[in-house]
Design a protein around this ligand. Structure first.
Ligand code: ADP
Length: 485
């Protein structure tokens, strides 16, 4: 099958969140399976400034965006990833916006990108069987296939899948931005891509893709409900039979505690001594603890997260004094909303012996927190899939998480009698709900046997991409069948 993965980010090129892990890992998995796959991304400044070697294909394209025609060039890395260069849109410090807000021309930027994807296929004479679109930034692609490119024989057999990684991000723009899509006003209706007076790019993909998917079974059901459908539950309900849930995996080569080069020591589920060393080094680095001090024996809770309301930061802020009253240490690495950054800085100043806060995006520290912590906290308000808990499980770090979306699907609540389970779950989105789960978790901390069996259960659960990639391939076939009927 010829597969094109269209995504606004993908590892190893550029990453701001889990979507990048998914797009990158999936294409890598397909290559192992000998599928013909390529990725297409915007050529952001960060990619250009990186070590990645880019070759010029010599192909440029003229893309209409509203009443302008904008030039894009195609660059590539090996035969597997293509980059759309357009300095006017992508030669900027960030991907989507700065701390002050989103870039004001995001509608133009991603309408351009979406159209470039289709024009690129024609220019390269790469006729995909499936275009696997990801999130609102590529949401217009399925609708373009059905409208502007409907009569184009080149795409006659091309089907589209839209994967929704997070319904909270929809690509919403003022009505005046409809112009840059080059779609007629007839699409600015509730049945089309209008959404409470605005233009909604994600909705474009939701109404036009042959099949839809999201990143866990539970989340695929949750988004059909008004309380978690972000206003799009009605649209999704109409497409319920075309909506699937496929849980994300993680890249087992990148995330492998036995081989991870970013760790001070490696370990395996049969010998966890390296994990203890990782904890010691992490404590020493962040809290300047003395070697072999009593402090090394207290439970260490890690968080690696976007600092946004979705991730349950409100609960953490409320509960910090009580969490610390259990005699634990907390390590937080995150970047995001200024209000959380500010409160976290204050907290770390106030409790500097017990809370370490690093504001920023730091790959190495993330690996070290996953490895060196005893517990990994993810009290998300909602969580489409979540990768943090999967990585934590792989690194023998016990997740404490809210029972929602992918967290509910990938963590098994611990049952002390049977010793089954891999983590601790709580249902109510309240500080007391979270504290109850933390208490249950700390109860087993000194019970070495229980802790070890939980750690081993988690480390041995398979969250590699293999199974999920297989399921996506099946879904592509379903999309192709729907396309031809
Ligand atoms: P999201 O909703 O942000 O996509 P996920 O749990 O699905 O959340 O994926 C987040 C990914 O980004 C994980 O691989 C996590 O380790 C990584 N990550 C998040 N914040 C940071 C950070 N500040 N520094 C390094 N890695 C981070």
């Amino acid at each position: 099958m010829r597969i094109l993965i269209a995504s606004p980010e993908a590892v190893p090129y550029i990453k701001t969140g889990g979507l990048a892990d998914v797009a990158g890992a999936l294409s890598k998995e397909y290559r192992k399976m000998n599928e013909k796959v390529c990725l297409v991304l915007p050529l952001y400044k960060k990619i250009r400034d990186s070590q990645i070697r880019l070759a010029d294909t010599g192909i440029s394209m003229n893309i209409p965006v509203g009443d302008r025609v904008i030039k894009g060039r195609i660059l590539k890395n090996h035969q597997t990833a293509y980059f759309i260069e357009c300095d006017e849109f992508f030669d900027r410090p960030e991907l989507y916006g700065t701390a002050e807000g989103d870039y004001s021309d995001n509608a133009s930027r991603f309408a351009f990108f979406s159209k470039s994807i289709l024009e690129m296929c024609r220019s390269l004479t790469f006729k995909p069987d499936i275009i696997h679109c990801n999130d609102w930034q590529t949401g217009l692609v399925p609708l373009y296939l059905r409208t502007l490119y409907r009569d184009d024989a080149f795409f006659k057999k091309t089907a589209a899948l839209l994967t929704i990684h997070n319904l909270g991000f929809q690509g919403l723009f003022p009505a005046s931005h409809m112009r840059v899509t080059n779609l007629g006003r007839e699409f600015f209706t509730p049945e089309g891509i209008e959404f409470y007076g605005k233009v909604n790019f994600l909705k474009a993909g939701m109404i036009a893709a042959d099949v839809l998917s999201t990143v866990s079974e539970t989340y695929s059901r949750e988004i059909l409900l008004p309380e978690s459908g972000f206003g799009l539950d009605g649209v999704l309900k109409k497409r319920e039979h075309d909506l699937y849930g496929i849980v994300n995996g993680i890249d087992y080569e990148e995330w492998d505690p036995a081989k991870d080069k970013l760790l001070p020591a490696n370990y395996h589920f049969k010998d966890l001594s390296g994990k203890a060393l990782c904890k010691r080094k992490l404590l020493r680095m962040l809290f300047k603890t003395a070697p072999k001090s009593r402090e090394e024996r207290v439970p260490l809770i890690g968080m690696v997260t976007r600092l946004s309301e979705q991730k349950g930061l409100d609960l953490v802020m409320q509960a910090v004094p009580e969490i610390l009253s259990f005699g634990v240490k907390l390590v937080i690495l995150g970047k995001g909303d200024e209000r959380f950054q500010k409160s976290l800085r204050e907290l770390s100043g106030k409790y500097k012996d017990n809370i370490s806060v690093t504001i920023g995006f730091d790959e190495m520290l993330a690996h070290r927190i996953y490895a060196g912590s005893d517990y990994f906290l993810m009290p998300s308000k909602y969580e489409p899939c979540g990768l943090g808990q999967l990585i934590a499980l792989r690194y023998g770090t016990i997740p404490i998480a809210r029972r929602t979306g992918g967290l509910a699907d990938t963590i098994e609540d611990f049952e002390p009698l049977t010793r089954r389970g891999t983590g601790f779950l709580f249902a109510d989105y309240t500080a007391s709900g979270m504290l109850d789960a933390l208490k249950r978790a700390f109860c087993v901390y000194t019970d070495t046997e229980k802790m070890q069996s939980m750690i081993r259960n988690g480390m041995q659960t398979d969250f590699s991409w293999k199974r999920s990639a297989q399921r996506y391939l099946e879904l592509y076939k379903t999309a192709l069948q729907k396309r031809t009927v």
